[in-house]
Design a protein around this ligand. Sequence first.
Ligand code: ADP
Ligand code: MG
Ligand code: MG
Length: 912
Amino acid sequence: MTEEVKRVYAFGKDAQGNNVTEGNTSMKAVLGGKGANLAEMANIGLPVPPGFTISCQTCMEYANAGNVWPEGVLDTIQEYREDLEARMGKKIGEASDPLLVSVRSGAPLSMPGMMDTVLNLGLNDESIKGLIAQTENPRFAWDSYRRFIQMFSSVVMGLDSDLFENAITAMKNARGVATDTDLTAEDLQELVVEFKQIFTENVPASDYASLVSDGTVRFPQDPSVQLQLAIEAVFGSWNNPRATLYRKQNKIADDLGTAVNVQSMVFGNKGNTSATGVAFTRNPATGEKEFYGDYLVNAQGEDVVAGIRNTSPIADLKHVEGLEEAGTELEEVFVTLENHFRDMCDIEFTIEQGKLWMLQTRVGKRTAASALHIAIEMEKEGLITKKEAVMRVDPEQLDQLLHPQFDKHANYDVVAKGLNASPGAAVGEAMFSAADAVATTEAGRKCVLVRWETNPDDLAGMIAAEGILTSHGGKTSHAAVIARGMGTPCVCGAEMLKIDAEKKEAAIAGTDIVIREGDMISIDGTSGCVVLGAVELVLPELTGDLDTILEWADEFRTMGVRANADNPEDAELSRGFGAEGIGLCRTEHMFLGDRKQIIQSFILNEEPSIRQKALDELLEAQTGDFYGMFKAMDGLPVIVRLLDPPLHEFLDSPRELDVEITRMVCEGAPAADIAEKRALLSQVDAMAEVNPMLGLRGCRLAILYPELPAMQVRAIAMAAARLQKEGLHPEPEIMIPLVSVLPELETLRGEAEEVLVQVASEEGVELNIPIGTMIELPRAAVTADEIATKADFFSFGTNDLTQTAFGFSRDDVESKFVPRYLERRILPFNPFETVDPGVAMLVDIACQKGRATNPDITLGVCGEHGGDPDSVKTFHKIGLTYVSCSPYRVPLARLAAGQAALAETMGDARDK
Ligand code: ADP
Ligand code: MG
Ligand code: MG
């Protein structure tokens, strides 16, 4: 953007009906998402209530000045306010015919429900009269006024909304009526008096000196004061705790700021030809091409999402008397918006006495299943290209589809049903508050958060929980929207659940079943089922839309995708997910269980015959392991890494030995047994290292104990020979870990080659087994030209490379100080999750140097980063041959690699 950012921008029409909008959809960084799209809708001729947007930059200016208004801003706002009043032919706060406005937050990136909105601003004891006269509807006017006081008090002044809700409940009880709509104009007028009193009693005079007159705090009557306080509150909400937490969770920068939209009010609560609603142009859960959403007749704003009254499906709207025309127009708007944005849109609208008004639109959030389906359908419809379709799906989101489901064969009884709001199944202990959910998760147990309906204060608990279950609210309720965004399974609106949050239990209506805190429950967000007890979960396969998009991604992808797997089941699973080989087969897991004893007897015995026996046993076991692996991946490369971890991982812990010896002494065990244990302890002690991560591990182990790699290489060769003789095509490769200097590789390569030659002649087969190395130490990376002379391939072990480049011990720092670094933004992200630019630079250097001396070298990555979409993009740019990741991340990596290739040719077209 070269143009200078203004402080305020108008949108909507003027009094003559001309569009005077100053912004458009590309200006989200200035106008926020809501403001930019209000402008865009006005520009394409949709009915948008006029208003103006105060820019995000103004918010940051105000915040950076310590919540002080910078010179001139208030004057500019005043100008735009007067302009709006002229356009509307009404004035805010005017007694005869007042203009009412909403003050709406709107950040550059969607932060649903994170910030607050004030409606009906401009009402006071005078303008209420004008509103009554103009509408001839005193009930509506008083209802608007009481809503305004309530919202202003909670959003702007931070009072507890319950103070007001309780007053309403008391009023309903006193009048003997059930719902808010049964209250009369007089009742509401009385409530307004009470509400103002609540305001006076609860707003601290010390904080709001300007609202004090005659020694008491009073609800502000001056619309200018109302407006300024409301704008300040929206600005302030950018830094409230829940907005801050949401940004952290979603990696959104703290310095974007929020815009404030001041917009003339339209009323959905003016009787039975008025309504308000939210909708999606397609089904956000499944992607089906259907209008999806809810509306309420004679209601305002948040009523729909609050789950207070039962909503009706949007498809019914055009059949409601008095709403036919608006309902039909709305469906036309859906089509206009989809064609314009070339994507599924999410919409908020209000109908005032039969006239449709658009209040918001944005590209709609959707589940992974829906994202896939919509992308494919829109490609078929010719709305987007195949490339765009591939770019439309967020790889990270695919994780949702690889989430567990109820096992079809499991036996269970459904105790309740709700709406299938966010797919996937979850099992955990029922928890009835966000705090309890967080505590349970911190204690290492799984839970399902059970709430009447969630609100933004529940966010921490929603993040902690495996699943979310609510008894109220529809598919556009807070719980549903947030859960879908996080990919957390959610069942909402399970109305038979009678939740008593105080007692921490939920009774199921019509039964004597009660779910109590800590009871295991299972929910299926795909079907809406709730089960008491833990249901067996299974993982899904690649089919349908997911398969299609991945195949499309494969067409564009230039980088290979392999899997990290060390058993045949995982190998087969990853093959099913499209892995083109095994990039890392770790062998240390093969030494656990029964085999720990065998390797211990090798390490701890001096006696050659005992050592040889151990090696023979290991050889046989390992040959079997590799046979299974190579068979599962027949015809595809399998890179086997020779033994890597510090040796002490295979030994008993000295502390446990110590305890055991003490116990033996106390129990009077035979002296010889005790002596033997003591000898073992001193042996183990002698092997202890101060810093095992930097100690005797990887190739260092192989150099000290050459029998171990010789045994492993022999096992690899024998397994390959056996399979060859069976007519298969094993393609093993041998990888030497933790090399830092060329002679390490040279030595071990020489020894391995000798074994390969031996086995080939013993077995009478030809063995072409490449030998390569991991690059996981900075020294190796910067001397990669030397190392490449003896390596057929490099595989970047970016976990260790990150540890050693930063000097971070992963297991220690991830729980201890990295979180603090992230909070304080000393690191922009966790370098163990997404590859750090400095580490990526080491990879890049090593690739260039390696290719310089060995042009045929194969280059891959096998660290955890291979399954992280952002890192995959970095690796594509560096030009790696493949990435390798855990089996369940293979589909993500395929898509990310396809997108990385496309991004080069078309730029990042994904609309965030
Ligand atoms: P959020 O960002 O939480 O969605 P909004 O600013 O969209 O908050 O406001 C919430 C709701 O308030 C809207 O969905 C709409 O129903 C109502 N609303 C906001 N502005 C207006 C307006 N000018 N006229 C009528 N209703 C409004
Ligand atoms: Mg909204
Ligand atoms: Mg390593």
